[in-house]
Write a new protein. Structure first.
Length: 48
């Protein structure tokens, strides 16, 4: 199994960085998401 990994694959992983727009979208989504617990139920609300 160790033969499946190489230095070349590790080098290409450094290039796989998310765009600034993607990070911004995820941060804004997590800020707007609100989870309310009522008894055994969970309600997810997105405040836009």
């Amino acid at each position: 199994m160790a033969k499946l990994y190489s230095k070349e694959k590790l080098a290409t992983q450094k290039e796989m960085l998310p765009k600034k727009e993607t990070v911004s979208f995820l941060l804004n989504y997590s800020k707007a998401l609100s989870i309310t617990n009522v008894g055994k139920m969970k309600f997810e609300t997105i405040a836009n």
